[in-house]
Design a protein around this ligand. Sequence first.
Ligand code: SF4
Length: 186
Amino acid sequence: MSKDVYELLDRIGNLLRAEVRQLGSSYGLHPVHIEILSYLSRCNQFSDTPAALKEFLGITKGTLSQSITLLETKGMLVKQKDVQDKRVSHLSLTESGRDLIEQLTPPDRYLGPLSKLEQTSPDSVTLLKQMLAEMQIQNETLTFGVCHTCRHHQVVSETKFYCRLTELELDRKFGELICREHENTR
Ligand code: SF4
């Protein structure tokens, strides 16, 4: 049975990656460039550094550096020094980078089947999230999970939450972003 699940997820992943690869190539982008744009469209302010990107994507420093330069040249992202620590840079999408990633992911061609699964079986999304969390625990990697599922996330009001790790009060809307420091509730 687990072999069936594995093969299904593998085939779905291959189809999605192939489509994104093809769409990206029409903009002169490789899959890694799309992954960088996608990550930056979803991460919070503790996770928008080249070091976090390298950990998330598992790529070499050289590939990352070349990719960032290319995306900067294409006007899709900007790099800015941290105001307190000049050794650290933060990356953010430009409007055209954000527009492009919204257009490419998820690919239009597969919006129908993806939405159908979500609408007809909302539990499937929860189950997939649980499976991902369990696999990350097995793999002992950083989870890069969505903030509101983190054990440090504490809701304080309708508009704010408190991050017990960074000891900062942040807007609830940031709770939908992924974070390098995320820790699953065990
Ligand atoms: S609550 Fe967790 S995921 Fe959210 S900002 Fe803090 S450490 Fe990151």
